[in-house]
Design a protein around this ligand. Structure first.
Ligand code: ZN
Ligand code: ZN
Length: 563
């Protein structure tokens, strides 16, 4: 099982995976011509996880196996190069924080007991984010079993991954990018039992770790844990499925857990008393310069200003003809950024739709503008995070202006001031999950404030559950509101969502499956259906989709699209 073989197929050599023995011999059989590689790519458990992915996300098993295994680099498979397997070493001593957490001792006991499985939500204090994961992993490793830690991003190396490497040294495999050769080498060494803990990004959830005892998904609410290409999968859900298959404990860790994790009603491990900076809600002043923020910025020597918009401002009106500004090519919104005005939709240089002129009156706002006014107020240098340099925390004596992409797992921040500008814009962002993404990012940014520091949030809606969650440092209230909102929109939290593209009979065929929601539209002569299903109905949908694909009624199925 798990071998890669070559078979002749329509006069060409095709590759195939050996899935195991069977008594159901099909009428038409192809002989195996040769073994392509000495590597066994998966075992029974790995195959079971891939079958789960194939069924849950309605993807061909072959495509899942392809994604779950690294590209092969032939020269690396020489048996002489294989690492010597070694026993799991005793974990290094780590300072314990979890036993002081509510339900923390229970979770550690479950991790240490090979007979226990099941999932937990861990909501660490900001200063414990990496440490708590290290402690859980140590507890697992101490029982002679190995652990797997999934992180959302590769670069810069997340604080949680750094904490693992600091604690376990060369006993930790790090799978964060790297060359094809290096990745395959590491994968082989992991399979050979060379490492006690494996930490890596999304595809690492499939890593062939022998004697697995624990899976941790760090920052489980992060959007990068969802695979954006077919077969679409979410690393959190695969981790939970793998936990079931291998009977091991799964820990979903996040300062702001996702609605999905919250809806699982899992035991939650959290500090008995969370250190959380007092969050001040202020009404937005002119261009966001609320007087209280201005005063705080003047005094701060290390601060982060979060602004959701890039650029310097939006073109409001044409200075030549006075008409409202719009892109000449497509009618889109024109944004001023880095000194030039461009369409945010088509990227054309900004020219007036009515008269072709390129001089506009701007409505100022965005990170470039924030950088400009903050530099006039702050007593220390102000730097705007740009695509050119890697995201990082402000150093002492620095103010950084950044956006959603600059909020990463950097560990405790130690900042005097964290300000969230334009929080009300999240309400108007398109997409069903945009608000949740915003709340998560805000909580992660606010967690950088040092004890005694300040957090200032600009919002006109202080009672909004999203804003209240920031004040409490706990998204529970937001989750309750979100559950109601998502159910109202027809896409309840925990439902399985698919975007299906196909022919004219598509809507009628899908209606027969009795979905929670079916939205039908058309694009480029094709029918596009957005479908919400009870997860228990997904296998039936999968069978129907395959049958409909055979009749050309379905041309594409995308699981869990970003809504
Ligand atoms: Zn004009
Ligand atoms: Zn345009």
């Amino acid at each position: 099982m798990g071998s890669l073989v070559q078979v002749p197929f329509h006069g060409r050599a095709a590759r195939g995976w050996v899935l195991g023995a069977t008594d159901e011999i099909p009428r038409r059989m192809l002989p195996v011509r040769k073994l392509v590689s000495p590597t066994r790519w998966f075992d029974e458990r790995g195959l079971a996880v891939c079958r789960w992915v194939s069924e849950r996300y309605v993807a061909p098993l072959a495509a899942v196996l392809e994604r779950a295994t690294p590209p092969r680099v032939a020269g690396e498979e020489d048996p002489a190069r294989l690492a010597e397997p070694r026993d799991v070493a005793t974990a290094p001593p780590v300072p314990g924080v979890l036993s002081d957490y509510r339900d923390g001792a229970g979770m550690l006991a479950a991790v240490a007991d090979p007979r226990q499985a099941g999932a937990w939500v861990l909501r660490p204090a900001p200063e414990h984010e990496g440490e708590a994961v290290v402690e859980a992993v140590s507890r697992c490793v101490d029982t002679g079993r190995r652990a797997l830690v999934i992180v959302p991003e590769a670069a810069p190396v997340p604080g949680t991954a750094r904490a693992i490497v600091d604690a376990f040294g060369d006993r930790a495999a790090v799978v964060l990018g790297g060359s094809k050769r290096a990745r395959f080498r590491t994968w082989l060494d992991v399979q050979a039992g060379r490492y006690d803990v494996v930490v890596g990004t999304r595809p690492t959830v499939f890593a062939p770790v022998p004697g697995l005892g624990l899976i941790v998904v760090a920052r489980e609410s992060h959007p990068a844990l969802r695979e954006d290409r077919a077969p679409y999968y979410h690393a959190r859900d695969v981790a939970l499925a793998r936990g079931d298959v291998e009977s091991v404990v799964v820990v979903l860790s996040a300062m702001a857990p996702s609605s999905e994790a919250a809806a699982l009603s899992l035991p939650t491990v959290a500090p008995r008393r969370r250190r959380w900076v007092p969050v001040e809600i202020v009404a937005p002043g002119p261009e966001g310069r609320a007087p209280r923020l201005v005063r705080a910025l003047r005094e701060a020597s290390r601060a982060f200003l979060f602004s959701p918009l890039s650029g310097y401002g939006i073109a409001a009106v044409c200075r030549s003809c006075g008409s409202p500004a719009a892109c000449m090519a497509c009618g889109g919104v024109l944004r001023s950024s880095e000194g030039s005005v461009r369409c945010v939709v088509c990227g054309s240089l900004g020219r007036c739709r009515e008269c072709g002129a390129s001089d506009f009156g701007l409505r100022r706002g965005g990170r470039e503008r924030v950088e400009e006014w903050a530099a006039r107020i702050a007593g220390v240098p102000v730097r705007r995070a740009t695509d050119a340099d890697a995201p990082r925390l402000p150093v002492p004596g620095e103010v950084v202006v950044g956006g959603p992409d600059d909020v990463r797992d950097f560990g405790a921040g130690g900042l005097d001031l964290v300000a969230i500008l334009d929080a009300d814009l999240a309400e108007r962002r398109p997409g069903l999950t945009a608000r949740e993404r915003a709340v998560t990012t805000w909580i992660e940014a606010i967690s950088w404030a040092r004890p005694g520091g300040r957090a200032i949030v600009q919002s006109s809606h202080a009672n909004d559950p999203a804003i209240q969650s920031l004040v409490l440092g706990d998204p529970a209230r937001f989750h309750r509101d979100e559950r109601r909102r998502r159910a109202h929109a027809g896409f309840p939290v925990g439902s399985a969502v698919f975007r299906v593209v196909g022919g004219s009979e598509l809507a009628e065929s899908l209606e027969a499956l009795d979905p929670i929601t079916l939205l039908v539209s058309s694009a480029e002569g094709q029918t596009v259906c957005l479908l919400a299903l009870d997860p228990d109905d997904v296998p039936a949908f999968g069978r129907a989709a395959r049958e409909l694909a055979g009749r050309d009624v379905v041309s594409r199925v995308e699981a869990e699209p970003h809504l």
